[in-house]
Design a protein around this ligand. Structure first.
Ligand code: FAD
Ligand code: MLT
Ligand code: ZN
Length: 464
């Protein structure tokens, strides 16, 4: 089927205004947040509901057109944008943005895949409830994208990753078949867990159209502290003591050079009069006095300096020093982003060894979710010729230490050729079997997650 013929048929389903073929209209769907991954879409299609998604996928299947699902396009591993070949249809889910009435009795809500995280937060807050997952991309990331990547974020230590907060999904397979697992039943042992198969599948097994989400009660008392420490070892020690608190929601770290960059790019005032090697952002929340609990832990042995905030605006001001790392690094250059888990006991050694491993080939900025040993290794100034070697060497070191080559961002196109470092040949073979059972023609997000045998389009996919 020719492009214009497919465009005509898709237009009949979603309306001509929602099939974008002009380059200027497609542009924002073709480049990722970092600017590292850019491509060309055959078309961008913007359906409004599940029935339209099913019909769009059926037509693309008939036309053998590969499809890249896209939500807020904040993903950081190149899985949300098309390859440069111009053959892939971008399926934007953003118009599926309805939020059903909140079911306060069972603390669940059903939402469209295109609902933006901060809109969900606002909606459920009016019922005294919260969604347990939160991340700095909250104003753009969609629930569909978060489910597809099993996003982690800042509150995993208390509420788990997205997976733990999803009770069910509705999804459309590559041929247009609709799977409805939205009942959200607390007990339902009727075979394979299709919801959990789709969570973290990065748009390769099905397109999430709606989701049934678990909610948690809003906690009335909340305290945030920014703690300055002399080393990563001290930060890890503090996190292990903080873990004894039921009220602990967040333990995020960053380093002196990262803070200096954030201050430079954002114009924020420095949090302390002097710079310190390591910073930990901590938040506790509970029914009664989480601040006192937190101070009891912070008191022995005391950090170098601590700034504490109780009011919302002040808490957000402290959080900004951590949350603005991504945009500040982006403002400095196009980063090579590695998102890894290193077992906590190995983390200080891994960080101390990085300069030797990088051998002057990159300017590293490190930050992340310390409670899970989730380190965001952001590398600037890497020469194009060094990118593959640097990536391979860092990820091999992570794997040798028993870590994971992708902690929370997913595998995408960026890490697919390194999947074997974290998954065995047997596991990858099972993943391929699952993929071919659900998407035998290989049309959903090809080149993402599973390495392709011949993958000319994934290689050389950089903007620069
Ligand atoms: P997209 O970027 O549009 O897509 C991501 C992947 O999901 C792609 O493979 C895409 O094909 C697939 N996909 C999207 N929608 C669907 C759907 N409906 N059905 C099937 N597949 C779909 N991630 C974290 O885990 N933790 C963080 O703390 C975090 N912080 C971030 C902070 C910033 C400033 C930024 C820019 C990103 C951050 N991310 C983080 C990464 C990103 O926001 C998350 O991965 C998020 O879940 C992606 O959502 P999205 O809607 O933007 O998805
Ligand atoms: C974060 O924790 O802020 C994100 O995962 C984004 C990033 O890694 O840049
Ligand atoms: Zn993160």
């Amino acid at each position: 089927m020719e492009t214009d013929r497919l465009a005509q048929r898709l237009s009949a389903v979603v309306g001509p205004a929602h099939v974008l073929s002009a380059p200027a209209l497609r542009a924002s769907y073709e480049t990722d947040f970092t600017g590292r991954y850019t491509g060309r879409a055959r078309l961008v299609v913007r359906p409004a509901d599940t029935a339209q998604v099913a019909e769009v996928l059926r037509l693309c299947h008939q036309a053998a057109a590969p499809v890249v699902p896209q939500g807020g396009n904040t993903g950081l591993v190149g899985g949300s944008v098309p390859t440069p070949a111009g053959t892939q249809v971008v399926l934007s889910l953003r118009r599926l943005d309805g939020i059903d009435p909140v079911d306060t009795a069972v603390r669940q809500v059903t939402v469209g895949a295109g609902v933006v995280l901060s809109d969900l937060h606002r909606q459920v807050a009016s019922h005294g409830l919260e969604f347990g997952v939160d991340l700095a991309a909250r104003d753009s990331a969609t629930l569909g994208g978060m489910i597809a990547t099993n996003a982690g974020g800042e509150r995993v230590v208390r509420y788990g990753t997205t997976r733990a907060n999803v009770a069910g999904v509705e999804a459309v397979l590559a041929d247009g078949t609709v799977l409805d697992r939205l009942a959200g039943l607390p007990k339902d042992n009727t075979g394979y867990d299709l919801t959990n198969l789709l969570v973290g599948s990065e748009g390769t097994l099905g397109v999430v159209t709606r989701a049934r989400l678990r909610l948690v009660p809003q906690l009335p008392e909340r305290v945030t502290a920014l703690v300055a420490l002399d080393s990563l070892d001290s930060a890890i020690d503090l996190v292990s003591r903080l873990r004894t608190l039921d009220s602990l929601e967040l333990a995020e770290f960053f380093m002196a050079d990262g803070l200096a960059l954030v201050l430079d790019k954002s114009g924020l005032p420095a949090p302390f009069r002097t710079a310190h090697p390591v910073y930990l952002l901590v938040e506790c929340a509970g029914q009664r006095d989480p601040a006192q609990e937190l101070f009891d832990v912070l008191d022995k042995p005391g950090p170098l300096e601590t700034a504490v905030a109780l009011r919302g605006a002040d808490r957000r001001r402290l959080a900004a020093y951590r949350e603005r790392h991504t945009e500040s690094i982006n403002a400095e250059g196009v980063p090579l982003k590695l998102d890894v888990t290193v077992p906590l006991a190995e983390l200080p050694g891994f960080v101390a060894g990085l300069p030797v491993l990088l051998a002057g080939r990159a300017r590293p900025y490190l930050f992340g979710h310390l409670a899970e040993g989730n380190l965001h290794v952001n590398l600037l100034d890497v020469a194009a010729a060094d990118e593959e070697a640097v990536t391979g060497q860092v990820l091999e070191r992570v794997a040798a230490l028993g870590g994971s080559i992708s902690a929370e961002h997913g595998v995408g196109r960026a890490k697919s050729r390194y999947l074997h470092l974290s998954r065995s040949p047997a596991e990858i073979a099972v993943m391929r079997s699952v993929k071919s059972a659900l998407d035998p023609a290989g049309l959903l997000n090809p080149g993402t997650l599973l390495p392709r045998a011949v993958d000319a389009s994934a290689a050389g996919h950089h903007a620069r």
